[in-house]
Design a protein around this ligand. Structure first.
Ligand SMILES: [Zn+2]
Length: 188
């Protein structure tokens, strides 16, 4: 597959939550999740060759996290630290230069955005990053929050729509409008 983006050293490719629990067969599977992997790998490869930063975020919950249904939260148990479900999709082309960002690691707080509580915005600024290119799961939940947070932090933001999938496909048009209103570019 060919990458969609011309990357440069001031770009960060941010791959959101491409974990087993969000792919087919996982605890909180998003339809079409696993099918994104080849396209995302093409972006990772192009970004790596261009000297862009590559970041992979992951949902990384303790047992009994507040977002789980038995604690009154909205979601089934998912992405518990060090379980197979929390592991990145096995075919995702991460290497030891990929920066892993773990979020929602506290018992009592959830975090949808890869920027929430992680220090990521400051780190990217320190590295001279100007544009964040975003793909991954799920478009209407954690990708949505991450796109909006990237704009809030002042980064040029590009969402790769074909390399993201939604929990509720009906929510996609509203999400896209919201991204564009926030000044993010959405590539169909
Ligand atoms: Zn979660």
């Amino acid at each position: 597959m060919t990458a969609q983006v011309d990357y440069g050293p001031r770009d960060a490719l941010l791959v959101v939550d491409m974990q087993n629990d969000f792919c087919e067969g996982g605890a909180l599977a998003v339809e079409g999740g696993g099918g994104l992997v080849p396209g995302i790998n093409a972006e990772i490869d192009a970004a790596r060759q261009a000297g862009a930063l590559i970041i992979a975020s992951r949902d990384w919950h303790p047992i009994d996290h507040i977002s789980f249904e038995h604690r009154g939260g909205p979601w089934p148990v998912h992405c518990v630290q060090d379980t197979e479900g929390a592991a990145f999709h096995p075919d995702l082309a991460l290497d030891d230069t990929t920066i892993r960002v773990s979020k929602a690691t506290a018992f009592d707080a959830d975090a949808y955005s890869a920027f929430d509580g992680t220090g990521l915005a400051g780190y990217l600024k320190e590295k001279g990053i100007e544009r964040v290119v975003i793909c991954g799961l799920a478009l209407d939940v954690c990708v949505r929050a991450t796109v909006l947070a990237a704009r809030d932090a002042g980064f040029a933001t590009l969402l790769l729509g074909q390399l993201s999938a939604a929990v509720e496909p009906d929510a996609v048009p509203d999400c896209r409008r919201e991204f564009e209103d926030a000044g993010a570019e959405v590539r169909a």
